[in-house]
Write a protein that binds this ligand. Structure first.
Ligand code: PEP
Ligand code: MN
Length: 277
């Protein structure tokens, strides 16, 4: 890929490890990021964060600025949601990640969050990528649902070109003719990206499938295919979630997922970030 100048992999050991306050992503260890689609209240966020932490998650996710298809759907709590996230971080010690949709919000999101997320719909928002490139903040760059691998990697190159190489690529499903799932998880992108690019890759089986029951098998398949981690949606009461309840795991579903992650990681000789043994 000719224009992947900063991020292309020339040697196998030539990898970028993303460092989140000492927590490393892209080394020989699987990172588990979990939390609700949207931050709804302090009680909801804290309850979920404490549960996923106790079950083995090492990063908490939750949307405050939500990119919704319909303008009438819940749009997120905005800055109030960011404040809740930072309270969750203070009370649990978990680093937090949340989406930034607008260049004007980068500073405020960084004030309250450890990691920025660029959502699928903004993967080619070049002004946003350039501004994030000027920060030193770790960023999860989701693959656009209609983007090729090349377009995705060049979007990452925009961020790197600004001076920020702390980028985690996240495959979250692409749009195909198949309607049985919300999107189609492109598992083959994992070894391809790992071959071409120095960055860590995670998957988001929640948005990729849109179906709670498919999150575990697709998580395990992602790890088996070489992903450095996963990001999954978990809710204390999925039926009442303000967004994406049907794809959110319950706490017992998340526990079962973690059991599977432990087994598959061990089988391929990887550890789990934040867990000893
Ligand atoms: C999300 O992670 O909450 C989200 C909106 O994801 P995506 O951008 O992949 O749709
Ligand atoms: Mn969601």
């Amino acid at each position: 890929m000719r224009d992947l100048r900063l991020l292309s992999k020339k040697k196998e050991e030539d990898i970028i490890i993303v460092d989140i306050n000492g927590l490393k992503i892209g080394s020989n260890s699987i990172v588990v990021i979990a939390g609700p689609c949207s931050i709804e209240s302090i009680d909801q966020a804290l309850e979920i964060a404490k549960a996923v932490k106790s079950l083995g998650a090492t990063i908490f996710r939750g949307g405050a600025f939500k990119p919704r298809t319909s303008p009438y759907s819940f749009q997120g709590l905005g800055v109030e949601g960011l404040k809740i996230l930072s309270r969750v971080r203070d009370e649990t010690g978990l680093p937090v990640v949340t989406e930034v949709m607008d260049t004007r919000d980068i500073n405020i999101v960084l004030k309250y969050s450890d990691i920025l997320q660029v959502g699928a719909r903004n993967m080619q928002n070049f002004p946003l990528l350039k501004e994030i490139g000027k920060t030193k903040a770790p960023v999860i760059l989701k693959r656009g649902f209609m983007s090729t691998i090349e377009e995705w990697l060049l979007a990452a190159e925009y961020i790197a070109l600004g001076g920020n190489d702390q980028i985690i690529l996240c495959e979250r499903g692409i749009r195909t003719f198949e309607r049985a799932t919300r999107n189609t998880l492109d598992l083959s992108c994992i070894p391809i990206v790992k071959h071409l690019c120095r960055l860590p890759v995670i998957t988001d089986p929640s948005h990729a499938t849109g179906i709670r029951e498919l999150v575990k098998p697709m998580t395990l398949a992602s790890i088996a295919a070489g992903a450095d981690g996963v990001m999954v949606e978990v809710h204390n009461d999925p039926d009442k979630a303000l967004s994406d309840g049907f794809q959110s795991l319950t706490f017992s579903g998340f526990k079962d997922l973690m059991d599977g992650i432990v087994k598959i990681s061990k089988a391929i000789g990887k550890g789990i970030t934040g867990c000893s043994g």
